[in-house]
Design a protein around this ligand. Structure first.
Ligand code: FES
Length: 108
């Protein structure tokens, strides 16, 4: 069976571990060659994400945990990844269609 399903949007569940709050966001790829980072996406959505080096990978304060099922239906979990250098387009490429990626933010 082929999983060659066109993926047009990414569904993200944002979990604030400190507040136990949960949010659902959708990302649609943009018609530009520039990828959007998870940090920039969350800032656009007015989440209070910690950062101070604007994506230069110096401050390391923008860390989140990411979980999703990949296209082989394997559970993937990555802890303490830098949201400034994690790109939504790459998650969309890697995720099993019609599933949700979960982002955990410890201090939110
Ligand atoms: S914003 Fe500084 S490491 Fe991500």
């Amino acid at each position: 069976m082929s999983l060659n399903v066109s993926k047009t949007k990414l569904q993200l569940k944002i979990l604030g571990l400190a507040s136990s709050k949960e949010f659902v966001l959708y990302f649609k790829p943009r018609q530009t060659s520039e990828k959007i980072s998870l940090l920039n996406f969350l800032l656009e959505k007015d989440f209070a994400i910690a950062y101070s080096c604007y994506g230069k990978k110096v401050c390391k304060t923008c860390k989140v945990n990411l979980s999703y099922k990949n296209t082989k239906n394997e559970s993937i979990r990555m802890e303490n990844i830098l949201s400034c250098s994690t790109y939504l387009d790459d998650i969309l490429d890697a995720i099993l269609p019609n599933t949700i990626a979960t982002i955990e933010i410890t201090y939110l």
